[in-house]
Write a protein that binds this ligand. Structure first.
Ligand SMILES: Nc1ncnc2c1ncn2[C@@H]1O[C@H](COP(=O)(O)OP(=O)(O)OP(=O)(O)O)[C@@H](O)[C@H]1O
Length: 322
């Protein structure tokens, strides 16, 4: 869907992104992570040509981005920033409809879209659509920022640390909203963060960058279990307080990372909130216990089930080593 081929970005002679080759798949939630200055934002902005690349190719659906009409390219790529770039003197509805209006959608389609999007993030359209942005909380504003990026139905959404200025609870709620939206509207999302917990909760795959280069790309499980090098190992140790590579007995529950002794007795994992690999592994190994059959998105795993699973995993990896 979005292919980077040997991409370089240089300022003067200094490369801030080098030899960057990557294929982001259609419908994927792809996270770029790395320390400050590692080139995440530069990489993101090269996709919608806010920054021009110095060498190499970026292709969207096989077509080099330089072949797109710039306006068309930007309209078809949603963009959400940390600094909420909403127009404060316009209403919620006016902000959401900026691109649909430029694209000359019909009044009826725009009306329906505003209602659909506000409802999708649990904001009552009657209550919110005519409010000014300045009359919303920071979290509500960022919700509008996210649905505005979706408004004209772009295939790709770029998100640059969209939640880093929010308090942890609002942030967690917005992460859940974004995952639900991505699943509902089936978009390809490229998401920049420097927070490993956020990367793990959200990403289908994660790309860890350092000095403009890729250190490792993989699912959360692949990276956690097999860090490619010392840099990745150290980054995980810094970003995840409980991370100890030698113990496989740590897993994600509700987007949080626990060592075995800390696993709550009745940990609840909801499918949308968790790392898919864990769910798949658990279901393959038949230790998943569906407690509430009325709500299939809620899977309740008791501590014993989880420990069974961990014991199974530890045994199988030892067998594999032997
Ligand atoms: N216009 C510019 N001219 C020169 N150097 C630049 C320019 N823009 C960015 N850089 C440099 O490119 C490097 C990568 O910057 P970038 O913003 O992509 O990093 P980042 O990983 O997103 O960092 P952060 O997490 O702090 O936002 C940095 O060293 C930065 O100083």
């Amino acid at each position: 869907m979005i292919k980077f081929e040997k991409v370089y970005k240089r300022y003067d002679d200094k490369a801030v992104v080098s030899d960057f080759t990557l294929n982001i798949k259609e419908g994927e939630f792809f996270v770029l992570i790395g320390p400050s200055g590692s080139g995440k934002t530069t990489t993101l902005k090269m996709i919608n040509q806010l920054i021009n690349l110095s060498e190499g190719y970026i292709r969207i659906q096989e077509k080099p981005i330089s072949d797109f009409d710039l306006q068309e390219l930007r309209w078809n790529i949603g963009y959400v920033l940390q600094q909420i770039a909403l127009f404060p003197n316009m209403t919620v509805e006016e902000n959401i409809l900026i691109v649909p209006e430029m694209k000359k959608w019909s009044e009826e389609d725009m009306e329906n879209r505003v209602i659909e999007l506000l409802e999708s993030v649990n904001m009552d359209p009657d209550k919110y659509r005519h409010r000014h942005i300045s009359e919303l909380s920071g979290g509500e504003q960022q919700r509008i920022g996210v649905i505005r990026a979706l408004a004209a139905d772009p295939d790709i959404i770029l998100m640059d640390e969209p939640f880093s200025a929010l308090d942890p609870i609002t942030r967690n709620n917005l992460q859940k909203d974004v995952l639900k939206l991505q699943q509902k509207f089936k978009k390809t999302v490229v998401f920049v963060t420097h927070d490993m917990q956020e990367a793990i909760s959200l990403g289908d795959r994660i790309c860890l960058m350092n000095n403009g280069k890729i250190e490792q790309v993989g699912t959360a499980n692949e990276i956690l279990k097999n860090p490619a090098n010392d840099f990745v190992r150290k980054f995980l140790q810094t970003g995840l307080p409980h991370y100890q590579e030698e113990k496989i007995v740590q897993h994600l529950i509700d987007g949080n990372y626990y060592s075995t002794t800390e696993i709550p007795a009745n940990a609840t994992i909801s499918v949308a909130d968790s790392v898919n690999d864990l769910i798949i592994l658990l279901s393959k190994n038949e230790v998943v216990h569906v407690e509430n059959s009325e709500d299939s998105s809620q899977i309740v795993i008791t501590k014993n089930h989880l420990l069974d699973f961990l014991a199974y995993e530890a045994t199988s990896s030892k067998e594999a080593e032997a």
